[in-house]
Write a protein that binds this ligand. Sequence first.
Ligand SMILES: Cc1cc2nc3c(=O)[nH]c(=O)nc-3n(C[C@H](O)[C@H](O)[C@H](O)COP(=O)(O)OP(=O)(O)OC[C@H]3O[C@@H](n4cnc5c(N)ncnc54)[C@H](O)[C@@H]3O)c2cc1C
Length: 307
Amino acid sequence: MHITDIMQGDSPTFSFEFFPPKTPEAAETLYQTIRELEAYMPHFVSVTYGAGGSTRDLTHDLVERIQTTTKLDPIPHLTCVCHKHDEIDAILRRYAKTCIGNILALGGDPPHGCVYDKSADVFQRAIDLVKFIRKFNESGAHPDRRGFGIGVAGFPEGHPATPNRLVEMDHLKAKVDAGADYIVTQLFFDNRDFLDFRERCVLAGIHVPIIAGIMPITSMSGFKRIAELAGGARFPAKLLRALQRCENNREMVSRVGVHFALEQCHDLLDNDVAGIHFYTLNRSDATRTIFDSLGIPRRRDTQVPIA
Ligand SMILES: Cc1cc2nc3c(=O)[nH]c(=O)nc-3n(C[C@H](O)[C@H](O)[C@H](O)COP(=O)(O)OP(=O)(O)OC[C@H]3O[C@@H](n4cnc5c(N)ncnc54)[C@H](O)[C@@H]3O)c2cc1C
């Protein structure tokens, strides 16, 4: 379903993010997670895109599997890294054929373990992908006459590559003006950063829905990985204090992390957030606990198992 239709429904939206599994065991965990989360009927789920190599095919396969065997509405991520025009065109055609409604267009993380020269990329920035997808949309190759809905990333705490926050907002505005229909944010732990970002977007003339990215901390190792992966993520002292109190007790750490994310979600709902996007790390427990405690009725009572 086109994102415009999704967002016009009963706001706010709830969505879950998965990454393609690399081993049979990881795949089993993910499919179990999908089965458990499908019952919540999220407005959409999204699937990340690897920085290169074979994991990219895993993204396409997972997206198509979700699309054809579940009632979930998958949104694939797509990145600029190492892609040529004809490759992106082929991917878009493949997704259009399977009636995928939306794409999250991203700059992309650099690939690990190989020499990578960004300056050689045909698509230099996410905005180039947005423009390409828009052109594809105008060609009429998608079964929906509007073509793909297009999402882009936003960074409430700022993106490390653009320290000038005014200039960064210009870049975000340019992506939206080029055709983006919605923004999904990087994870954050202080809602004031999100709410201020949202206000700054309005001041900059950005009026598309902004979906808040939330990642519950469930372990100390996961917490340290977030600090590594989401470079620049700010951890409020309140959260750090609570984690320090129980850092040697796995279960307590998870409870503290989930409770913190739950409070963030309540506050976001009180502040009329357009949507909440859960970074699930392919596990369902934390997301389900939060969802169940938000008092949100399930959209539809469905328990369709994956074929
Ligand atoms: C919701 C979300 C999902 C993500 N999913 C994935 C994923 O699946 N796979 C993956 O590899 N990565 C993913 N990422 C990470 C993302 O690709 C990186 O953080 C990347 O560095 C930024 O992506 P972007 O789309 O904002 O890039 P861009 O919009 O290209 O911006 C990158 C940087 O370039 C700057 N910039 C933009 N335009 C200009 C210009 N004209 N001149 C100079 N500077 C400019 C921006 O301000 C920013 O600092 C995700 C991030 C988020 C928030």
